[in-house]
Design a protein around this ligand. Structure first.
Ligand SMILES: [Cu+2]
Length: 194
């Protein structure tokens, strides 16, 4: 396995246990959302465009979310979190190669939970940033699995989470730390290029 999904799942579970929202309610909502998306898909039978998996929209939404937290903007981060959640739910899993489907689903489910919590926590930027740490691991895992057409960097902040550190995915080589924003913009280093 190229990615370490188990550790990000463990982190998400840890974060979720400190959240106000009942996880069961989230899951129900997710099921409803999935059903809605599937309905729209099946009813759009006039659409003759070939179904092709594109991961670009997910990356675009993640980067908007990351940049909102870099700018210390909890409301924009919440909006971006909601957008990412709906983009992830709209992904047509039929377009994902069969041998990658199981891994994709596991990581994407985790990413959805993180995006949803960031969306629901405007006003609590510290909590949004905890979820960003788990979400960024998910994104790194998804990029390893699905690839990217866009040039991206995996950056590392050594200080976040009591010195345990956290990664983020960036479109620029220049360090702009989303975990500390204006307090410590240039903390971190480039760990990997995609
Ligand atoms: Cu949360």
């Amino acid at each position: 396995m190229k990615y370490t999904n188990l550790s990000s799942l463990a982190l998400a579970t840890f974060i979720l246990s400190s959240c106000n929202q009942a996880p069961d309610k989230n899951r129900e909502q997710q099921v409803v959302d999935n059903a809605t998306v599937q309905d729209t898909h099946t009813s759009g039978s006039n659409n003759t465009a070939p179904e092709k998996f594109s991961f670009d929209a997910v990356i675009k939404d993640y980067l908007a979310l990351k940049n909102a937290l870099t700018a210390d903007d909890d409301k924009a981060a919440a909006d971006a979190g909601k957008q990412l959640f709906s983009t992830l739910n709209a992904v047509d899993i039929k377009a994902i190669p069969g041998d990658k489907l199981k891994d994709y689903t596991e990581i994407a489910d985790n990413a959805k939970e993180n995006a949803e919590h960031i969306g629901a926590n405007a006003g609590k930027i510290d909590h949004q940033r905890e979820h960003l740490a788990s979400l960024s691991k998910d994104m790194a895992d998804l990029i390893e699995l699905m690839g990217t057409t866009q040039k991206l960097y995996q950056n590392h902040c050594p200080m976040f989470n009591d010195g345990k550190g956290a990664v983020w995915i960036s479109e620029t080589k220049e360090i702009k730390n989303p975990y500390y924003g204006s307090k410590m913009t240039t903390c971190g280093s480039v760990q990997k290029e995609y």
